[in-house]
Design a protein. Structure first.
Length: 65
């Protein structure tokens, strides 16, 4: 459904830990899962070009400096 809000969890740890918590989940596809978001949630990451058929915008709130 267009304009449906999706709850994206916040990353509250230092940004340098993001890569260390990201694991590749496919041998033949560029798919990754990043763990350690607020509430113990995980987020699936895929290449930007795979979403060309989607309408989207994304704003990720970071921890204030």
């Amino acid at each position: 459904m267009l304009n449906e809000n999706i709850d994206v969890p916040r990353w509250t740890r230092p940004l340098g830990e993001l890569l260390a918590n990201t694991k590749r989940t496919g041998d033949h596809e560029l798919r990754f899962t990043t763990a350690g978001f607020e509430g113990g949630k995980s987020v699936e990451l895929i290449p930007w070009f795979r979403m060309t058929h989607e309408r989207y915008n994304l704003y990720w709130q970071g921890k204030p400096a």
